[in-house]
Design a protein around this ligand. Structure first.
Ligand code: FUC
Length: 820
């Protein structure tokens, strides 16, 4: 009986994974063209982004190049902030936070004015238009984005002829490609044109190419100096090509391949001495030497080396027969588990398409933006949003896509050294809650939002996590100066608060939340304490591992002891602030004090059960429905709270039609699967992708925990290729909530500790371990922090944890271990 069950579960696993290899399940598809931008479908190669609408009579490809931003090099440090800083701190410690905030406001106002700036907007390049006369009467229309291949497609019929378009953005050849074919020869007739909302735009036809050039906008105190050149080369088979001043008309062709190349003069955040037109032309020259099948084949192979690393199968129902927009409408009604797998993989698609080694990191809209002044300038908001973009990078096996974020941190450690020195008189480096392509590090939007000197503290966690997932000591060595500089800043600025003598960051805030009407400014918020704890701990462990800076590490150890403990407040909640100011009815979108639960690892159900219960209370009173990214965060948080059904509930709130209003605090999903803040903000996509992974595997709390938060809706499934800290890769299948087959691939060897719902046996012996035995692998150990401070009035109701078993085994580098 047992044997046949095992065989059945293997069979199930094989069937499930072969189903997920079935590409049709990884298509986003529609039966109508896009009628607005959030229905168009994204292609991208990390640097270039395109949104295709698929209109039969008039195709629109909205184009982005990641370095087209307004402005020019330069930082935005407010003048004279250091003069008011001592008084701001005094006022805060005297409980006069409103006056402190007003005083800081005199140095940088809510709205930018004078000779400063609050960061530059990321900008669209413009649009490529392809007019097809006579195609207004198209029938049998179909539009898709195949995220398993990163290729878009549109087909329709006009009369007897079937027309097809294909679209992709190649990272190998650095071009976007549009391919037009028809079922009968000599039937492709169209006119190409380009447009752009940039004032400086110029469209010409030269040498058989359509060219759009322009310059990024002037903005605030900066002159627009990013020059761009978008060039379109039509390669026509059969038919005629007629070049006019600013359009190209093709008649009677058998097929047309359009190579779209965009260059800019941007070299790095301080250097814009490149030649935009030459760059675009060189790229086209190389790409045109390849045939269409070569371009497409090379693109697909390259893309799949990343995408194919993870397969996820959560079950397939008839719902997959519906177009994607309908599935978004129906998801919360249930019975479409594959939609969650599609949404998960779509997040991976977006990361692969918007963040490649050598490119800029994904911004608030990844790489896709059709405006000159998008919401929040589509900058890098680093009090949650940029971090969330990279949450899926390690766990979903796209580790190298983290690189652009690390490269940005190398820049920020330089521009942030000026901010540390000029604003705070400190060593090291600091940034506040935003940056842009010019790597500004000063505060923006007035002190209520902007006086949060913790952006670097959070972003550097990504470097540390990259180390934990890879065990790559030479990477750690390379980034150590950045981790050290970040720790040095806090070592210099921490202040002793008067009540308990704890060391705290002041001034600061719990991002964007008011502790009393109109006032966010304060000192020693829970998130700040958690972040400084991690910054110090990372620098300490790195110095030990690398054998450098022992006395600096000692000084950090002493200061770490003096950081405030987490506190449990009057409502049984994890306190958001140093004082017990939390309000039960506070549904603020930021849940900053829960950083220690996720993405941090300072709230373990086993080591700090009181904190765990308190964090849960905090999340309950914060509520579920909020902006897209807030719901994405909460999926991860409920997964960390080991409550799969609640995490799934948040997914249902998020995979639901986005409101029509383009601004607001109720998120959802647009027809093209983009996350709605609203408006479109890509972080919510990435947050849900990491959240789904976090429901299936966790590795922050002293073990690789398999199926830690499996919802009832995904009772049976299979996943291949998720990553765990300690450089492990996990393939597993499960049925009825129990792991039925497991393979652990070990990258660097070392002890592996598994926590799972049921026992397994296999080629090596799993040794049972006790729940309280120390974690045998330092890369997956939880932080051991000071015990929480309890409010005497609080009667905490404990949380019952699901039954799990704990096993250890030894692994060798490069070896795989299977169990069932
Ligand atoms: C933070 C959030 C907002 C928005 C913005 C880009 O300021 O509070 O909701 O996501 O970033």
């Amino acid at each position: 009986m047992k044997q046949s069950l095992t065989f059945l579960s293997w069979l199930l696993c094989a069937v499930l994974l072969s189903q997920s290899a079935n590409h049709d399940l990884l298509k986003v598809w529609y039966t109508q063209p896009a009628s607005r931008w959030v229905e168009a479908l994204p292609i991208g190669n990390g640097r270039l982004g395109g949104m295709f609408f698929g209109n039969p009579a008039c195709e629109q490809l909205q184009m982005n190049e990641e370095t087209v931003w307004a402005g020019e090099p330069g930082n935005n440090l407010p003048k004279g902030f250091n003069q008011v800083l001592p008084q701001v701190r005094e006022l805060i410690f005297a409980g006069r936070e409103d006056e402190a905030q007003d005083l800081a406001l005199t140095r940088f106002p809510r709205r930018v004015g004078g000779d400063n700036n609050y960061g530059m907007p990321y900008q669209t390049v413009g649009d490529l238009w392809i007019d097809f006369p006579g195609h207004e009467q198209a029938v049998n229309y179909y539009r898709e984005l195949d995220i398993a291949r990163a290729i878009g497609k549109v087909t329709y019929q006009v009369g007897e002829v079937t027309f097809q378009r294909e679209y992709f953005a190649s990272a190998i050849d650095q071009v976007m490609v549009v391919r037009l074919t028809a079922s009968q020869k000599k039937h492709i007739s169209c006119t190409l044109s380009m447009s752009s909302p940039h004032q400086s735009k110029r469209v010409v036809v030269d040498g058989g190419q359509l060219m759009l050039s322009g310059t990024g906008s002037d903005f605030e105190n900066k002159k627009g100096r990013v020059a761009f050149s978008a060039q379109v080369l039509p390669l026509v088979q059969g038919g005629d090509l007629l070049c006019n001043d600013s359009t190209i008309t093709i008649t009677g062709a058998n097929s047309v391949t359009l190579l779209v190349s965009i260059g800019t003069n941007f070299k790095n955040y301080r250097d814009i001495s490149g030649d935009a037109a030459l760059m675009a032309a060189n790229i086209i020259d190389k790409a045109k030497a390849k045939s269409y099948p070569q371009l497409q084949g090379d693109h697909e192979r390259d893309y799949r080396t990343l995408f194919d690393r993870v397969q996820l199968e959560l079950g397939v129902t008839d719902a997959v027969k519906k177009p994607t927009d309908q599935r978004v409408i129906d998801f919360a009604k249930g019975n479409d588990p594959q939609m969650a797998a599609l949404y998960f993989q779509f997040g991976r698609y977006l990361l692969i398409s918007s963040s490649r080694p050598g490119t800029q990191p994904a911004n608030l809209q990844g790489i896709w933006n059709d405006l000159l002044e998008p919401s929040w300038d589509s900058k890098y908001t680093v009090n949650i949003n940029t971090e969330m973009n990279y949450w899926p990078a390690e766990v979903t096996n796209l580790s190298e896509l983290h690189e652009p974020l690390f490269a940005m941190l190398h820049d920020l450690a330089q521009t942030g050294a000026d901010a540390a020195r000029e604003m705070y008189g400190a060593r090291g480096w600091v940034m506040h809650h935003n940056t842009d392509i010019w790597r500004f590090t000063g505060p923006i939007d007035g002190p209520f939002y902007g006086l949060w000197p913790m952006g670097g503290a959070w972003l550097t966690q990504h470097m540390w996590q990259h180390y934990l997932y890879s065990g790559n000591v030479s990477f750690l060595k390379g980034v150590y100066p950045i981790l050290k500089g970040c720790a040095q800043f806090y070592a210099d600025v921490l202040q002793r608060e008067p009540k308990n003598g704890w060391l705290v960051v002041s001034p600061s805030m719990s991002p964007e939340n008011a502790h009393r009407k109109g006032v966010s400014l304060t000192a020693g918020t829970t998130m700040d304490n958690q972040l400084v704890f991690d910054v110090f701990s990372n620098a300490i462990v790195a110095s030990e591992l690398l054998g450098i800076d022992p006395s600096f590490a000692d000084s950090l150890r002493v200061m770490r002891q003096a950081l405030p403990p987490m506190q449990i407040g009057q409502h049984g909640q994890l306190q958001e602030w140093l004082s017990d100011w939390d309000r039960m009815g506070d549904h603020h979108r930021h849940v900053s004090h829960l950083y220690g639960l996720y993405p941090g690892n300072q709230v373990s159900p086993r080591m700090q059960p009181e904190l765990f219960a308190a964090a849960r209370n905090s999340l309950i009173y914060r509520g579920d429905v909020s902006t897209g990214w807030s719901m994405g965060w909460k999926v991860n948080l409920w997964a960390r709270l080991l409550d799969g059904n609640h995490a799934f509930k948040l997914l249902c709130d998020q995979i639901a039609p986005a409101p029509l209003e383009m601004k607001g605090e109720k998120g959802g999903t647009y027809p093209n699967l983009f996350d709605a803040h609203p408006p479109f903000q890509i972080d919510g996509n990435f947050g849900c992708t990491s959240g789904i992974a976090e429901m299936l595997i966790q590795s922050h709390d002293g073990a690789i925990h398999l199926l830690p938060a499996l919802p009832d809706a995904w009772n049976t499934g299979a996943v291949k290729g998720l990553r765990a800290r300690g450089a492990f890769t996990i393939d597993m299948s499960w049925a009825n909530g129990r792991v039925t087959a497991l393979t652990v691939h070990s990258g660097i060897g070392g002890m592996c500790r598994l926590r799972l719902p049921n026992a397994l046996s296999g080629q090596v012996v799993l040794t049972p371990a006790a729940d309280d035995s120390p974690c045998p692998n330092p890369l997956m150990a939880a932080s051991v922090i000071k015990p929480p401070l309890m409010n005497d009035q609080v009667n905490l109701v404990g949380v019952t944890l699901p039954q799990t078993l704990l096993f250890d085994f030894v692994t060798m580098p490069g070896k795989s271990y299977s169990f069932k």
